[in-house]
Ligand binder design. Structure first.
Ligand SMILES: Cc1cc2nc3c(=O)[nH]c(=O)nc-3n(C[C@H](O)[C@H](O)[C@H](O)COP(=O)(O)OP(=O)(O)OC[C@H]3O[C@@H](n4cnc5c(N)ncnc54)[C@H](O)[C@@H]3O)c2cc1C
Length: 326
């Protein structure tokens, strides 16, 4: 079985950024990736300084090449099992055994989980088909590209009204689809005051012509012409590997990490959308980098402990003899 200093589970922006830092720190690193980054449906990735507008796959291809160039091992596969190993009486902290869907296993001293999240979108015909194309969620990612166009916001869910007010920043032609939910007088007034149109009837489908969203059909049979529609999905973290290890969660169910991504379980870090629904690509990459530095520091601490214990036992020094003036 192969043993690594660090196993990075998830090879999106967070995982590859971490792996780049760790391989450059001369750690033995494996990145195991299922190949389903969250932004895959989008043609372009916006808002990443220096790479604005790059296809998402191009960023990841460049990141994979960089990690491989420093000796990182990239494994295409799905991790289905993650277990903490038992202590074996050494000064090294026990590591982890990682089981893949193909039945293979790997071992690592530390684990960084960067498995992203799933966007749960409303079950309305057309929504899944247009997801990431002209059915959008993040105006910071795509708002500029549809600026000044007739936009819609699918309502009904938590945060949808706030989303409509946000999207209004990019266009003065925004319609809020209440989708059958009754608005309070205050909510209605706020929308009217910002010249946001309101359609109360339930939404029946997104209308698509020639592979392009052209409108939103409501239960009355009327179609409201729109060029793009925003929705606020429910974010579901891919965190079963973390919770399975016993990582503590907040009252909202998300796994707790500190500023470096350290979880409550020793040796386990997490970064990116797996633990932070707000992380953009650049944020996820930054969190991955910060976690990598913390993981490496933790490994150095352990390396010192082990070296001193071995030294006291009179075992040979690792590497060459230390420099000495005498
Ligand atoms: C349609 C859309 C468009 C977007 N556009 C933008 C944009 O323009 N700009 C921007 O900044 N942000 C954008 N985002 C947000 C962006 O997708 C996230 O910020 C980013 O993907 C987070 O990176 P991550 O590494 O945390 O997760 P991801 O990129 O989702 O990577 C997680 C990886 O982990 C893998 N994985 C999951 N579970 C396992 C497992 N058990 N074993 C092995 N691998 C596993 C997945 O297959 C995936 O490859 C967009 C999001 C969506 C949905």
């Amino acid at each position: 079985m192969s043993t690594f200093d660090v196993a990075v589970i998830g090879g999106g922006a967070a995982g590859l950024s971490a792996a780049l830092v760790l391989t450059r720190a001369r750690r033995q690193v494996v990145v195991i990736d299922g190949g389903r980054p969250r932004n895959a449906p989008a043609a372009h990735m916006q808002g990443f300084l220096g790479s604005d507008g790059l296809p998402p796959a191009a960023l990841l291809a460049a990141g994979r090449a960089e990690v491989a160039g420093y000796g990182g091992r990239l494994v295409d596969g799905e991790v289905v099992d993650l277990r903490a190993d038992r202590a074996e009486g050494t000064h090294a902290r026990p590591g982890f055994t990682i089981g893949l869907a193909d039945g293979s296993t790997l071992q690592a001293r530390r684990v960084l989980v960067t498995t992203g999240l799933r966007d749960d979108v409303p079950d309305i015909p057309g929504v899944r088909e247009r997801w990431g194309r002209d059915l959008l969620h993040c105006p910071y990612c795509h708002g500029y590209e549809v600026r000044d166009q007739p936009l819609g916001v699918l309502g009904g869910g938590p945060g949808a009204l706030a989303h409509a007010h946000l999207v209004r920043q990019w266009s003065d032609d925004v319609v809020y689809f209440a989708d059958g939910r009754t608005l309070t007088a205050d909510e209605r007034q706020q929308l009217v005051a910002r010249a946001v149109g309101i359609v109360d009837a339930p939404v029946t489908r997104l209308v698509v012509d020639d592979d392009r969203l052209t409108g939103v059909e409501v239960a009355t049979g009327q179609v409201v012409p729109r060029a793009a529609v925003f929705v606020r999905p429910r974010f579901a973290p891919n965190d079963t590997l973390l919770t399975g290890l016993g990582c503590a969660t907040r009252p909202d169910g998300w796994v707790v990490t500190d500023a470096t991504g350290r979880t409550s379980v020793a040796g386990v870090w997490a970064a990116g959308n797996a633990v932070n629904p707000r992380a953009q690509v650049v944020t996820a990459a930054g969190e991955g980098s910060a976690a990598a530095i913390a993981v490496n520091n933790d490994l150095v601490d352990e390396d010192v402990l082990v070296a001193v214990a071995n030294f006291r036992l009179g075992l040979p020094l690792p590497g060459r003899r230390p420099y000495s003036l005498t």
